[in-house]
Design a protein around this ligand. Structure first.
Ligand code: ATP
Length: 750
C-alpha cells in the first residue's frame, strides 16, 4: 500500500480553496515552510524528509511533515494525485482520528474535508455562554429551541449540507454557535445554513444556492478523480506559480478560485449579448475579467486586439488593466483594448475629425453656458436646468440626430410632457446652443458620445452594405459602390462592459455598432442599485437584446452580513429598473462574512463630526491607514475633513477623478469617487439632511415630480455605493438632522 510509485510519475498536488485560504492566514514563516513542502512534495512525495504516512488506516488520509511544528494532511486520490486539505500544528494530535471527516458531497460533487474537533471547538468558543452540550457523530437529539428544528437531516443533506456536520447543526441553538460552525464548515454548507437562518424557504434555498452548483453529470461518490476535477482546487505545476500564490496570499484568491456560479457565467457560450447583474461585491468585475481571459484564450492566434474591455471612468479602466495583467499576464492584455467609455468615444471622434480639437467642459460648466445663452437670447420660457437635461438625457443621451427623430424620441420618466410645438422650440434652442459651444471651441462628454455613436453607426452600415453586396448572387458584385466599406471591418469581435448601469443610450449605440451581432458579442456586468449618473436605458430598444441571457450573482465576497443588511435598508422598498424595462431587486443577496454592526453616530455640529471622524480613524489603529477611507457628500466637506485630519496628525490622500493621489494615508473623497473601489474600513460622514440628498433636490418636488424622484433615487444609490465599499467595518456619521435615507434604522433617529 505504501509502495512508492516509479519516480518518473509526475506528481499532481491540488490545493482546494478552503485550504488555500487557511494557509494564507498562517504566520509568514509557516507559509514559507508550506511553500518548501509543496516543492519537495511535487518532486518526490516519498522522500525521507517528508515522512509521508497514512492516517486512519483507510489509505485515503495521509500526513506529511511541513516543518518541526506543522504537519500537512493530504488526501490520496491516486498514486501521483494528491490533495492538500489542511496544514496543522503537530501538537494538534492525531490520536482521535475520527475527528477527520472527508468525502464526496453527494449533491455538489465536491470533495469536502471537515475537522470535527475544530468545528465543535469553534461552536463552543462562540457559544461559551449558552453551555449547550454538543456532541458530534451521535444520533441527533434536537433541543426544542434548535435553530434548524424545522428541517430533517435528509432535507439538509438534500440541500448539499456536509453530512458529517448535520448532527451538530441540528443541535445549534444560537446564532453565535451557528457563526462558529460556519467559520470552519465547507463554504456551500455555510451558504445554505445562513440562507435558511435568514428565513428563506427551503425551496428558495434549493433554487438560489444549491441548484446553481449541482454538476450536470450524476455524482458518483466513489469517483475521486472526477470529484477532484470538479472541486474548486488549484493544481500547482511550477515553482514560479507556487511562489506567486504564496506571496499574494488572500489577495490573489480571486484569480485562482471562482464560485461555480461565477465559473459558469465566465465559460458559457452565449448566442448573443449577455448580462450579469448582482449586488455590490458579488464579483461582477471579477467575472468580467475572467470572461475577457476566457475570450482571449479562445481567439485564433494573432497580434490584433479584437476584444474591448470598457468601464465608466478612467481610474477603473486603469484598475482593470492592472488586474487583467495579473490574471492572464501580458499575453492576455496584449489582445485587449482597455479604455473607459469616454476615451473610446473620443478616439472615434478624433479619428474622424482630425485637427478640430475642442476643450472638454463638464456638466456644471455646460449648465452655466445654458444660463448665459438664455439670458443673451432673452429666452425665458424654459429653464436652463430643464433644457440642459433634455439635451443631455433625451437628445444626446439617446443619440437623437435630427428634428424628426426628436419628435419621436422616448421621454419616459422625464416628467412634464411636451407637445410637438414645444419640441420644435426646444430643438431650435438646442441647435443655437450647440452652435454657440462650437464657436467657443468647447464640447461635453455627452456630445462626444453622441457623435461617436453616429459615426460608428454609419461605419457599421457601410460594412453591412458591403457584406450584403458580397453575398448577393450574380456577377454584379464585383462592381461594388466605391467607399462602401471594402476596407472597413468591425472594430471588435467581443465587448465586455463593467459598470454597465451608468452607460447612456449613446454609449450602447456606439458599442453595438462596434461589434457584429454574433454569439458572445457583448457581455455586460452591472448593478442598477449603484447607478449614480442619470442614464435610464432600455437595452432591447438599442439593439442589445439580452432576453434569456441574463443572470444574477447573489453572494457577496466583500461585505459582511451586518453591513450588507444595513446598506440594503437604504434602498429597500425603492423601485430599480433592470436596464431592460423590467424591475430589479436585491432578493437573495447574501454574504457568509460576519462582523460588527455598522457604527452610527450623530453629532451636533460639523466641527464635532470632523473630530469624530479623526477619533474613529485613531480607534482603527490596527489596520494600515490606506485601508481606511472617508467618504463625504461634498468637495468642501472633503477639504475640511482632510484639514482636520492633518491637524490631528493623520495623513490623508484625496481621491481624484484619476484615483487616489498618493499611496500614504487615509483616502478621502466625495461619494462619486468611490464607485468600484473597496476598503477594509469605511467612514461615510456628512449623512445629514440637506447634504444627503442635497437640499437643492427638493426644489423639484413642486415643479417636476419625476425629476425629483430621479434625483432622490440617485442620491440614495450614492449612499448605497458608499456603504458597500466597506469590507469589514462601516461607520456612518451625520451632524444636525440625520438624512431621510437613514430612516430605516432606529439607531439613526434624531
Ligand atoms: N470567487 C471569488 N473568490 C474570492 N474573492 C472574490 C471572488 N469573487 C469576488 N471576489 C472578491 O470580492 C470583492 C468584490 O469583487 P468585485 O469588485 O468583482 O465585485 P463587484 O460585484 O464588481 O462589486 P461592486 O458592484 O460593488 O463594484 C473583490 O475583493 C474580489 O476580489
Amino acid at each position: 500500500m505504501t509502495t512508492p510509485p516509479t519516480p518518473a510519475a509526475r506528481v499532481v498536488l491540488r490545493v482546494p480553496e478552503k485550504a488555500d485560504g487557511e494557509i494564507a492566514r498562517l504566520d509568514r514563516a509557516v507559509i514559507g515552510a508550506v511553500y518548501q513542502f509543496q516543492r519537495e512534495f511535487r518532486r518526490d512525495p516519498w522522500g525521507n524528509g517528508l515522512r509521508l504516512k497514512p492516517l486512519k488506516g483507510d489509505s485515503r488520509l495521509w500526513s506529511a511533515r511541513v516543518n518541526r511544528d506543522y504537519r500537512a494532511l493530504l488526501l490520496k486520490l491516486g498514486e501521483a494525485d494528491w490533495m492538500l486539505v489542511a496544514v496543522k500544528p503537530r501538537s494538534g494530535g492525531y490520536e482521535n482520528l475520527d475527528r477527520y471527516a472527508y468525502g464526496i458531497n453527494q449533491v455538489t460533487g465536491d470533495i469536502e474535508y471537515v475537522d470535527l474537533d475544530v468545528v465543535t471547538d469553534s461552536v463552543f468558543r462562540r457559544a461559551a455562554a449558552s453551555g449547550v452540550p454538543i456532541a458530534s457523530g451521535t444520533t441527533p437529539q434536537q433541543p426544542e429551541d434548535a435553530l434548524f428544528a424545522a428541517y430533517s437531516s435528509a432535507q439538509l443533506a438534500e440541500l448539499g449540507v456536509a453530512e458529517p456536520l448535520i448532527p451538530i447543526i441540528l443541535k445549534l441553538t444560537t446564532d453565535d454557535e451557528l457563526l462558529g460552525l460556519v467559520e470552519y464548515a465547507p463554504s456551500h454548507t455555510a451558504e445554505v445554513l445562513l440562507r435558511l437562518r435568514d428565513g428563506v424557504p427551503f425551496d428558495d434555498v434549493m433554487e438560489q444556492v444549491t441548484a446553481p452548483v449541482v454538476p450536470e453529470e450524476a455524482v458518483d461518490t466513489d469517483d475521486w478523480h472526477a470529484a477532484a476535477d470538479r472541486s474548486r482546487a488549484i493544481v500547482i505545476t511550477d515553482d514560479e506559480a507556487l511562489q506567486q500564490i504564496l506571496e499574494e496570499g488572500d489577495f490573489g484568491h480571486w484569480k485562482r478560485f471562482l464560485h461555480p456560479t461565477q465559473r459558469k457565467l465566465v465559460t458559457r457560450a452565449y448566442s448573443g449579448p449577455a448580462r450579469v447583474s448582482g449586488g455590490p461585491g458579488t464579483g461582477k468585475t471579477i467575472v468580467a475579467l475572467h470572461r475577457v481571459k476566457h475570450l482571449v484564450d479562445n481567439l485564433p492566434p494573432g497580434r490584433n486586439r479584437p476584444i474591448l474591455l470598457t468601464t465608466f471612468n478612467r481610474n477603473l479602466a486603469a484598475d482593470l488593466r492592472t488586474r487583467l495583467v495579473a490574471l492572464g499576464g501580458p499575453e492576455t492584455s496584449a489582445r485587449v483594448d482597455i479604455v473607459n467609455i469616454d476615451q473610446l468615444a473620443t478616439k472615434v471622434v478624433r479619428e474622424a475629425d482630425t485637427g478640430t480639437v475642442k476643450r472638454r467642459i463638464n456638466d456644471k460648466s455646460a449648465l452655466g453656458e445654458w444660463r448665459t445663452f438664455l439670458v443673451e437670447a432673452d429666452e425665458d420660457r424654459w429653464e436652463a436646468e430643464f433644457l440642459h437635461d433634455e439635451w443631455n438625457q433625451v437628445i444626446l443621451g439617446q443619440a437623437v440626430h435630427t428634428r424628426s427623430e426628436y419628435f419621436r424620441a422616448r421621454r419616459a420618466g422625464r416628467g412634464r410632457s411636451l407637445a410637438r410645438a414645444d419640441r420644435a422650440e426646444i430643438w431650435a434652442l438646442v441647435e443655437r446652443f450647440t452652435q454657440r459651444l462650437d464657436r467657443l471651441g468647447v464640447e461635453t462628454h455627452a456630445q462626444i458620445a453622441e457623435r461617436a455613436a453616429m459615426l460608428e453607426t454609419e461605419r457599421k452600415a457601410k460594412i453591412d452594405r458591403r457584406q450584403q453586396q458580397l453575398e448577393a448572387p450574380g456577377p454584379a458584385n464585383i462592381h461594388t459602390e466605391s467607399g462602401s466599406g471594402a476596407w472597413l471591418r468591425y472594430r471588435y469581435r467581443h465587448i465586455v462592459v463593467d459598470e454597465a448601469q451608468d452607460m447612456s443610450a449613446a454609449h450602447w449605440k456606439l458599442m453595438r455598432a462596434m461589434v457584429p451581432a454574433a454569439p458572445n458579442d457583448l457581455f455586460l456586468v452591472g448593478d442598477t442599485h449603484q447607478r449614480i449618473y442619470d442614464h435610464q436605458v432600455t437595452l432591447g430598444s438599442l439593439g442589445v437584446n439580452i432576453r434569456g441571457r441574463s443572470s444574477r450573482l447573489t453572494l457577496s465576497y466583500r461585505t459582511t452580513r451586518e453591513i450588507l443588511q444595513w446598506a440594503q435598508g437604504v434602498v429597500d422598498g425603492v423601485r430599480y429598473d433592470d436596464l431592460d424595462g423590467g424591475v430589479d431587486d436585491i432578493k437573495g443577496y447574501r454574504s457568509v462574512l460576519h462582523g460588527e454592526l455598522p457604527i452610527r453616530r450623530g453629532l451636533a455640529t460639523q466641527a464635532q463630526e470632523r473630530d469624530a471622524v479623526a477619533d474613529q480613524i485613531e480607534a482603527w489603529s490596527d489596520v494600515r491607514r490606506a485601508d481606511i477611507a472617508v467618504c463625504v457628500p461634498t468637495n468642501e466637506m472633503a477639504a475640511a475633513v482632510a484639514q482636520r485630519l492633518m491637524e490631528r496628525g493623520i495623513p490623508a490622500t484625496e481621491i481624484t477623478r484619476d484615483g487616489p493621489t498618493g499611496d500614504e494615508g487615509v483616502h478621502i473623497g466625495t461619494m462619486y469617487r468611490f464607485k468600484g473601489l473597496e476598503y477594509r474600513r469605511m467612514i461615510v460622514a456628512g449623512v445629514s439632511e440637506g447634504l444627503v440628498p442635497r437640499a437643492a433636490v427638493d426644489v423639484w418636488a413642486g415643479r417636476d415630480a419625476a425629476r425629483h424622484a430621479r434625483e432622490l433615487l440617485r442620491a440614495r444609490s450614492l449612499l448605497f455605493v458608499a456603504a458597500t465599499r466597506a469590507r469589514d467595518a462601516l461607520a456612518v456619521f451625520w451632524h444636525g438632522e440625520p438624512s431621510r435615507f437613514l430612516r430605516h434604522d432606529p439607531a439613526c433617529a434624531p
